[in-house]
Design a protein around this ligand. Structure first.
Ligand SMILES: [Zn+2]
Length: 233
């Protein structure tokens, strides 16, 4: 029902998880318009957190980061949230884009990032690393990163206009005459360039397009979303 990154499971101060469709769609729709939809609140409770403190990133595929000091239902217009406060569940939703968690176990401090191709090109993950350093003094080399489910490099076919924006090392020709883009690899490279250590970057390695229990915009563009939820305990 809830996927987690094994390397982060042992962090006593961190709660995290990725919802599957068994918990319902985490989309915000006309039938349930508040940021704290009933499915999202149930997911927060599933992780033993307080749904009344849920804080949702209203992702726009950019690189802006917001600092969260008090719960606020929705933080619009940002693709990354950072906090050093315990007990504030941070949530963002996805359907092929990658959720990325950044964890500073010493402070502790936490970042939740939403990275599709636009956000990856804009540098949203390194922007969150810089925000943790600026706001809380986190050292990038001490951060632990967890990259959740997303569309893999064998499935994510893009046109030349997108492929051209990325380093050729993470792009290859597709059988259909277009290009395959490895967004997870792009974000690993960006995190390494931002100062993270390779042995502290962990990938779940689950492809949304290949996993029927996760929503994928490419597989079925029905508007359904999964959520990444994380909080400091
Ligand atoms: Zn795949």
């Amino acid at each position: 029902m809830v996927l987690t990154i094994r390397a982060l499971d042992g962090e006593p101060r961190l709660a995290h998880g990725f919802s599957t469709l068994a918990l319902g769609s985490m989309r915000r729709g006309a039938d349930d318009p508040s940021p704290g939809t009933s499915a999202r609140r149930a997911f927060v409770q599933e992780l033993g957190l307080d749904p009344d403190r849920l804080t949702v990133a209203g992702a726009v595929h950019g690189a802006d980061v917001a600092r969260v000091d008090v719960p606020s239902a929705a933080v619009e217009g940002v693709d990354a949230l950072v906090t050093a406060r315990a007990g504030i569940p941070l949530l963002a939703t996805f359907a092929d884009c990658y959720p990325i968690l950044l964890w500073d176990p010493e402070l502790p401090a936490l970042a939740l990032v939403h990275a599709g191709w636009r956000g990856t090109e804009a540098g949203v993950a390194p922007a969150a690393v810089r925000a943790l350093a600026r706001e809380y003094g986190s050292e990038p080399r001490k951060l632990v990163a967890g990259i959740g489910p997303g569309i893999c490099g064998d499935c994510y076919e893009v046109g030349e206009e997108v492929a051209d924006r990325f380093d050729p090392e993470i792009v290859r020709p597709s059988p259909g005459g277009r290009y395959l883009l490895d967004l997870a690899a792009a974000n690993v490279r960006a995190l390494l360039a931002a100062g993270l250590c390779r042995d502290r970057i962990h990938m779940l390695g689950v492809c949304t397009m290949e996993s029927p229990d996760l929503p994928s915009h490419r597989r079925s563009p029905d508007g359904n979303r999964f959520a990444c939820l994380a909080a400091i305990r």
